[in-house]
Design a protein. Structure first.
Length: 232
């Protein structure tokens, strides 16, 4: 094939994305696609219509189950895995698509800055932080599902990148938190208008976890952050 740019094939958006970001998006999208196809009765027969509900019950994070495990002091694997598996089940196609958009957009910079392993690490730890905060802080019958806490973990890592960059340019570091402030503000407004879900606690915990993991991935960064906070 000619090397002439005029004849070269156009690059797709995926060419510029870190492989781990693509992998996570494909897994989340693939699971949602199965639910969608099943809901139309194209696979799985009549039972496929209820696959989403069954998945929420089997893999969602429930505070009542968490409290029961704490009270009994037993941690069966089928329930411990809920700390992570809730992130792979969503309420709807729109719910899943919004998460995937966040991960693709912010995971790109995170992956390019810290590498593929960091993308997976931030996803997993942020998901865990979200479910732990949800179970420890709240007392609710509303289950936690969806990868929003993990997506907010990428927002946290992205915020840390901005935080370092603004500091290097001697600019106001508070500006790095504009995105998370905007998103939390939207959640607050929707909550006041339409009755909000308590999952904002998990989202905020995921953000904090992503920020912390990013700080630990940069040698000396965590120490600089602590020194800065002490100065205040």
């Amino acid at each position: 094939m000619s090397d002439d740019p005029e004849y070269s094939s156009p690059e797709t958006p995926f060419n510029n994305l870190p492989p781990m970001v693509i992998a996570i998006a494909l897994v989340l999208g693939g699971i949602e696609l199965v639910f969608q196809i099943g809901s139309f009765g194209l696979i799985g027969g009549p039972d496929a219509i209820g696959w989403r509900i069954a998945a929420i019950e089997d893999y969602g994070f429930f505070d009542s189950i968490f409290e029961a495990m704490r009270a009994q002091g037993t941690w069966p694997l089928e329930h411990v895995m809920r700390f992570f598996t809730y992130a792979f089940v969503h309420y709807s196609m729109l719910h899943a698509l919004m998460v995937i958009v966040f991960i693709l957009a912010l995971g790109k910079m995170v992956g390019e800055t810290f590498g593929n392993f960091a993308v997976l690490l931030i996803f997993v730890i942020s998901a865990l932080a979200g479910s732990l905060a949800y179970g420890l802080i709240l007392t609710t019958n509303v289950q936690l599902v969806g990868a929003y806490p993990a997506a907010y973990g990428f927002i946290g890592a992205y915020t840390f990148i901005l935080w370092l960059g603004l500091g290097a340019m001697q600019q106001n570091r508070v500006r790095a938190f504009t995105l998370i402030g905007f998103l939390m503000g939207i959640q607050l407004v929707f909550g006041l208008l339409f009755g909000g879900s308590p999952d904002w606690v998990a989202d905020l915990a995921g953000f904090a976890a992503g920020f912390a993991v990013a700080a630990l991935l940069v040698p000396g960064a965590f120490g600089r952050i602590m020194a800065r906070l002490r100065q205040r």
